[in-house]
Design a protein around this ligand. Sequence first.
Ligand code: CP
Length: 329
Amino acid sequence: MHSLLRGKHFITTQDWTKEELDMLLDLSHDLKRKFALREMTPYLLYQTLFMIFFEQSTRTRNSFEAGMTQLGGHAHDLTEDKLQLSHGEAGKDTAKVLSRYGHGISIRNCFFDIGNKYLREVAKHSHIPVLSMQDDLYHPCQAMADLMTIQEKFSRDIKGRKVVISWAYATTHMKPLSVPQSQILLFPRYGMDVTLAHPPEIGLMPEIVDQAKANAEAAGTKFEIVHDMDDAFKDADVIIAKAWGAHMATRDPEESLEIGGKYVDWICDSRRMKLANKDAIYMHALPADRNKEVTDEVIDGPQSVVFDEAENRLHTCKALMALTMGGRP
Ligand code: CP
């Protein structure tokens, strides 16, 4: 174990060793306790984070900005139109300039086949850590908050737990693949058995699924793919049911909606929750498409932990910033 995470980019958990992720998780639990006790945590006094959003956000924007304030620093809330990005400034130029002004750059860019490449380009030219706030491939901050929540709900006894990551029907927008892809990559590394469930045409990226299988094999855990939501739920400890777009079949949002429309019955409801274990928890990264992805009864019910999960976005994000930022520009 080493503590030299300062300056390290965080674009996917795959780039971090398990020991490094363990350190992030341990600090997240510690920061949560300190937040509850109203203890000061001025680990990033007078430091600046530049947050660049290409898309909307509630949890990510506010956990990063509140987190920076609570660590004693400040976050700039930036969008394309507030920067010369809207006039085509290259990512590498933005990276070099912001590196001279502050201590971290965080980016959300979920455009398919663009987002991750943009983050990698900025990271290549940045002298300060680049932290993903979600791209087209990965949402590592969400996956870490989810892992922390599962640890809490099962008193850290998570090895051998069955986690179901299921597609669910929604009409809101063509959601990225990044949340389920980050979850299937991370959970096997922590000893959990993963069941990925989706209609045949609405799969994840094959290279990411292969990597998740390799992670499972290395950790000695089970990884399966099923195309029946009921089958998936049987004997599960954790149910994560949310929509993602049919990105593997089409780039057209209307066509994606049409494909998803064949599977309106893929909803997480109380009948399906009864197929899972009695003490199973229901999770969702939010925002949820209520009564399409999940019934009100389930998301507002006793098995739902979605608001604890959302809260843990704050603690994990503070831990991430405290560990990686802090170097001098
Ligand atoms: N779960 C998540 O990333 O939420 P936001 O899109 O609101 O940030």
